[in-house]
Design a binder for this molecule. Structure first.
Ligand code: ADP
Ligand code: MG
Length: 257
């Protein structure tokens, strides 16, 4: 069986500042994995590298595989990124929907990444794609809003539409960067419940950055904790102790035991 995520020696520097330092990870659990860590620890940077949105420092030995497919390496990166993007759904804190378009059109945009001539939008969308988009909206409980403009929706509703877009994309894995950080507690719970349900029923693995530890412990089976660009903990959420969690967010760097 392919591992969900395999990372070997992944590094990234910005202007000589190291954001990721020789990260190595192995995640085989097909559930929800949380990326935790203090602000600036490298969570978003790591997630962007896992999804193939950006390039790593090209070092000898660097290798990132998602569902067995190479997404970062020295040499082949550009070609691989294109292939991976079509398979990875990406959900952002600020939803990244197009405000002036309808909910339905925003979900249909998810079909573009797998359509060869998407740049020209010729032919726009087929009847079948429209049915699939409506089914995706129904799946996230937003079918009734299909013809409304995105700008009329609440934050939680917009995040549901972003999730429907990932489904439309036929994502084989979903990466979500702080998907609940802008939401009130009730909407946050609803979005996490939806991600859990999609993970369990559709079997799509999900990797989510969170700054709320309580949500991570409640909804995620696996944890990866980063501290100053290094892996501080990786393993079952149930196995991380109070002490390690306290140390993770304490000021003086220590290593997890
Ligand atoms: P987190 O998501 O855990 O808050 P980030 O991954 O956003 O952390 O950032 C990790 C470090 O990398 C920070 O020091 C941040 O300032 C730096 N960084 C991230 N993206 C960029 C960028 N595009 N240009 C310069 N520095 C960046
Ligand atoms: Mg971040």
């Amino acid at each position: 069986m392919n591992k969900i995520i395999e990372v070997r020696s992944l590094s990234k520097s910005f202007d000589n500042k190291k954001a990721l330092k020789e990260i190595s990870l192995d995640i085989s659990h097909p559930g929800i994995t949380a990326l935790l860590g203090p602000s600036g620890s490298g969570k978003s940077t790591l997630l962007r590298h896992l999804s193939g949105l950006v390039f790593s420092d090209r070092r000898e030995g660097t290798e990132v595989r998602i569902l067995g497919e190479l997404v970062q390496s020295r040499g082949k990166a550009a070609q691989q990124v294109r292939r991976c993007r079509a398979r990875a759904g990406y959900i952002f804190q600020q939803f990244n929907l197009v405000n002036r378009l309808s909910v339905l059109t925003n979900v249909l945009i998810g079909a573009l990444s797998s359509t060869a001539k998407w740049r020209t939008l010729t032919g726009c969308f087929t009847q079948e794609q429209q049915q699939q988009a409506m089914a995706a909206l129904d799946r996230v409980g937003m079918a009734d809003y299909a013809h409304q403009r995105v700008s009329t929706l609440s934050g939680g509703q917009q995040q549901r539409v972003a999730i429907a877009r990932s489904l439309m994309q036929k994502a084989r894995i979903i990466f979500a960067d702080e998907p609940i950080a802008s939401l009130d507690p009730e909407s946050a719970r609803n979005v996490m419940e939806l991600l859990k349900d999609i993970n369990e029923r559709e079997g799509i693995p999900i990797v989510v950055t969170l700054h709320q530890v309580d949500y991570a412990l409640k909804y995620c089976q696996q944890l990866v904790a980063l501290r100053e660009g290094e892996v501080f903990y990786q393993g079952a959420a149930a196995d991380i102790g109070e002490q390690a969690l306290t140390a993770l967010y304490s000021k003086a760097p220590t290593t997890a035991t």
